[in-house]
Ligand binder design. Structure first.
Ligand code: SAM
Length: 309
């Protein structure tokens, strides 16, 4: 089944030069990527055990803990002992970039405002070497317990779990965190697959607008919760500028205390943030945001690093 016409029209307007090639990536499953969890094992041991389970993971050039296997090996991976024990975590490569860019360090106070199922929280706990404080917030009951289970299985001892609405956190915990991750709920456009119509069954421009409102409220809360000098990473798996640059643009207008930081990423499938969409022009610094372009191995993603001065 084809993707919605309006989605394709919008996608072509965002990426006029390479839309056809990019749209082809919606037709096939991607390779399955995963991260070896240094809180539970080391890379040599994990690779040896994966080999015993019949898996031959390929390394990812830019991150020593990241590997991938062919899409058809997903079940073997999810049925492996390493997966059960939390020694590996299946996570898209784009998703691994978010903690790497935010860069939490041991001893810091860190907030994951929209955390379930917890892949990025667990990676941040590992980057912090389980030293410091990591608050993880998720309002959905089932998702909250899944998050908690994933973090416990993955050995994240510094995680403090809160079943709460992220929109209230800024008022409850003002200027408390060195780093905040806002991996916002979104229209999930980057997860659409032509062979899985349920992935885009509920997509509409109205849904994009609804998500943008929620994202902005979460952004306000994230900004409030950040210490002066602290860093905030805003991310979505949507291509829609309304959910990405427009949300940050509004925050930049309202909060002169935040500015956009440049992002260094060691990959080539990237596009700068857009500074214009339909009739709206955005703050030119939004070109420092990064759009990960979808490929055979990576999901599309939006990343914007902000600093409170
Ligand atoms: C993109 S997912 C986060 C994925 C997660 N960072 C990870 O890497 O595993 C967005 C999450 O935000 C949650 N969410 C939705 N509304 C929220 C709100 N008002 N406050 C906090 N989280 C919310 C959703 O339930 C969902 O689990």
């Amino acid at each position: 089944m084809p993707l919605p016409d309006l989605f394709i029209e919008r996608f072509r307007a965002i990426y006029p030069d390479d839309a056809d090639t990019l749209l082809e990536t919606f037709e096939r499953p991607r390779r399955v990527s995963f991260r070896i969890n240094p809180l539970k094992t080391d890379t040599d041991t994990a690779l040896k055990q994966l080999d015993e389970e019949g898996l031959e993971p390929e390394p990812v050039a830019w991150y020593p803990y990241a590997f991938s296997v062919e899409a058809k090996m997903r079940d073997t991976l999810t049925h492996s002992r390493l997966f059960d024990r939390g020694d590996i975590y299946i996570q898209s490569l784009s998703s691994m970039l978010a903690p790497l860019i935010l860069g939490p360090r041991p001893g810091e106070t860190v907030l994951d405002l929209t955390a379930a199922p917890g892949g990025k929280s667990l990676m941040m706990a590992a980057m912090m070497q389980n030293e410091g404080w990591l608050s993880v917030v998720e309002p959905g009951k089932d998702r909250f317990f899944r998050l908690k289970a994933n973090l416990e299985r993955g050995g994240a001892t510094i995680a403090h779990h809160y079943m709460a609405d992220g929109r209230g956190v800024g008022n409850k915990c003002p200027a408390m965190f060195d780093r905040v991750l806002l991996d916002a709920p979104c229209s999930t456009e980057a997860k659409f697959k032509t062979y899985a119509p349920q992935t885009y069954a509920f997509w509409s421009e109205r849904k994009i607008k609804e998500m943008a409102k929620l994202q902005y409220r979460l952004m306000e809360s994230a900004i409030k919760s950040l210490k002066p000098g602290g860093k905030l990473l805003y991310a979505t798996c949507s291509f829609a500028p309304e959910e990405n640059e427009a949300v940050v643009d509004k925050a930049l207008h309202k909060h002169p205390e935040i500015h956009v930081e440049p992002i260094e990423i060691p990959i080539e499938n990237i596009h700068p943030g857009v500074t214009q969409w339909k009739k709206k022009r955005f703050n030119l610094n939004l070109s420092k945001a990064v759009r990960i372009l979808p490929t055979e191995s990576m999901d599309g993603f939006f990343l914007c690093l902000l600093k409170k001065v």
